[in-house]
Design a protein around this ligand. Structure first.
Ligand code: ATP
Ligand code: MG
Length: 566
């Protein structure tokens, strides 16, 4: 491809609205163009990369025996109503009507659609296992589309769904996808960290997210210094320690605390650390009030609480409910005395001594409160988030935090959709059973952004070889007619050797051509300049190195061939 005939729309300056590196570089290298908030076009070079990532995804999915199909992006509302998600998906789902008033959504994900298709195809255990996938556009009305194609309103997802006759089968399908994902990301030149993720009601090791470490990542990961425990914050477990554990219990006292409501107010009033307090928060879970009691220096982890109650979502109770449950205005709740709600205590609470808590009476707190003595510690669970410096629950090592971008997610769904949508097959004994399902997603555009985020330097992108838009960036330096015809000759020899070449045939200065080559980031640059006309030597330079090799055209072609073969 000749640059003079190509859209090489590079920008010298960073676009003002691009705050993360990959977004800036993808815009500057002319891979994407913004059409509106959260909506991007792929220019020819960007599309080449996107297609390469899709091919890798296809090859690795096919290798594991998954079958590609393609479903409509318009999805029927009835299916969503059948699974119950028409109501729970909320405003993130784009909803539309046709001229007859029929309702649809622009598919944000396809569990329902795929399950509907599959249930009309399978009838016996002999039809299973089955793993079907597609690569198509998903639509999500994200609250805050940002970071370019990392979080956009429409994006390309590879979504796969497996159906198995039993748990052992599901485990195997899940493992095969875990394998495919590792291969896909490593071929894309991405270093990913697979972390345990919140699996809602499924529990166990039923969900893994593939994260790319990045300062701009929206996910917080906890990793252990001592072992290979890795989990996202929604899920991460940690071993509890409590500094007050060995104190002698003192006599409980009621203290007047007018208008002292927040943890910060309390800290100032009592002159002690946040750890000393019991924070009591009332939620509505499955339509009932539940009080969650945690140490004052910790946040309630709502994902963990929801999983504990097998709820899809939980919400904070309003002031009225809090008053009804505790008998006091918001800010003075606690577990001592009569509470009109089920209470869940974080695992730390039973270890705490001489704590301070709301008295369930306006403007009063209780000090020297001792769990077990002053209130019954009925239901204990892990309901707080781990933090940097916490103790690993597996090996006792220290946990540390890292930020990450989620590029893929594998998930054991169990019978959530197959049961909800009445899918059944006959087993070997002719008995009707519900197949178990798994779902597996990769954000293709986000993967491209993550590749850029991880492979660059101050001059531009450095493409990993399997996803580079072109294999060779060829530059000719010289404007004379006979020189240009020599360049044409080299270009066609490189092309006939089977390389995908971007030939910069513009009349621009060498400086501009080299700067664009660095920005665009093709792994191999070949230059024909002065040296070529003097001694027939081309200059070969890899994008990730400063060294320049002087080679004859045959030697250069051999070297490039070897580079791409490895
Ligand atoms: P996130 O927590 O980032 O919103 P998610 O949990 O909603 O992600 P999934 O529903 O598991 O994501 O979707 C599978 C994959 O699709 C994600 O791992 C991610 O790579 C990609 N993805 C999700 N939302 C977007 C988006 N708005 N723009 C681009 N890619 C996305
Ligand atoms: Mg999301």
């Amino acid at each position: 491809m000749k640059v003079s005939r190509y859209i090489l729309s590079t920008l010298k300056e960073d676009p003002s609205d691009a705050v993360v590196l990959s977004h800036r570089l993808m815009m500057r290298a002319g891979l994407i163009k913004k059409e509106a908030a959260g909506m991007y076009s792929y220019l020819p070079m960007g599309l080449k990369v996107l297609k390469k990532v899709m091919s890798i995804v296809r090859e690795e999915m096919d290798r594991e025996g998954a079958m590609e199909c393609l479903m409509p992006e318009l999805t029927n509302a009835d299916l969503w109503k059948e699974s119950g998600r028409w109501n729970t998906m909320g405003p993130e789902m784009f909803r539309i009507k046709d001229r007859n008033g029929m309702e649809y959504s622009l598919g944000p994900t396809h569990e329902e659609s795929m399950t509907n298709m599959v249930r009309s195809i399978i009838s016996s255990y002999r039809d299973l296992p089955l793993n079907v996938y597609q690569i198509n556009t998903k639509f999500r009305d994200e609250i805050r589309p940002r970071f370019g194609v990392i979080r956009s309103k429409e994006f390309i997802m590879k979504d796969a769904y497996s159906y198995d006759i039993n748990q052992a089968g599901l485990d195997e399908s899940y493992q095969s996808m875990a394998r495919a994902y590792r291969n896909i990301f490593s071929r894309c030149g991405l270093e990913t960290i697979p972390v345990q993720a919140d699996s809602g009601t499924m529990g166990g090791n039923a969900s893994e997210e593939f994260m790319v470490a990045s300062e701009v990542g929206e996910e917080v990961l906890l990793l252990c210094e001592g072992c290979d425990y890795r989990a996202n914050r929604e899920k991460a477990a940690y071993k509890r320690t409590e500094s007050s554990a060995d104190e002698t219990p003192l006599e409980m006292k009621k203290v007047s605390t007018p208008d002292v409501k927040t943890i910060e107010d309390l800290e100032a009033f009592f002159g002690c650390s946040q750890k000393r307090f019991l924070k009591s928060i009332v939620y509505i879970i499955n339509e009932k009030p539940v009080m969650v009691v945690v140490p004052g220096d910790r946040e309630v982890n709502e994902h963990k609480v929801a999983a504990l109650f097998a709820a899809t979502e939980i919400e904070l109770a309003n002031d009225e409910v809090v008053e009804k449950v505790t008998g006091a205005m918001v800010g003075f709740a606690g577990p001592v005395g009569t509470v009109g709600a089920e209470i869940v205590f974080d695992e730390t609470v039973p270890m705490m001594k001489n704590a301070i808590t709301g008295a369930n009476e306006a403007h009063y707190h209780l000090k020297n409160v001792n769990p077990g003595r002053d209130f019954e510690v009925s239901k204990v669970a892990d309901v707080t988030s781990a933090m940097e410096g916490d103790t690993c629950s597996v090996c006792g090592g220290k946990l540390y935090e890292k930020k990450g971008i989620e590029v893929g997610h594998i998930f054991k769904l169990g019978d959530k959709y197959t049961k909800g949508m009445n899918v059944s097959v006959l087993d070997e004994n002719g008995k009707a059973v519900t197949p178990l399902m798994g779902c597996y997603g990769i954000g293709v555009n986000r993967t491209v952004a993550a590749i850029v985020e991880q492979n660059n330097d101050e001059r531009g992108v450095i493409w990993p070889k399997e996803v580079t838009p072109f294999q060779v960036h060829f530059i000719g330096i010289g404007k004379k007619e006979e020189q240009v015809s020599e360049f044409e000759e080299i270009y066609s020899r490189l092309m006939s050797a089977g390389f995908d070449v971007l030939y910069d045939d513009r009349k621009s200065s060498p400086g501009i051509k080299f700067a664009d080559a660095d920005l665009v980031g093709i792994p191999v640059r070949v230059t024909a300049g002065k040296g070529y006309f003097e001694s027939g030597r081309l200059e070969l330079k890899y994008r990730n190195s400063q060294d320049i090799k002087e080679l004859s055209i045959d030697e250069a072609m051999e070297e490039i061939g070897n580079f791409y073969k490895k």
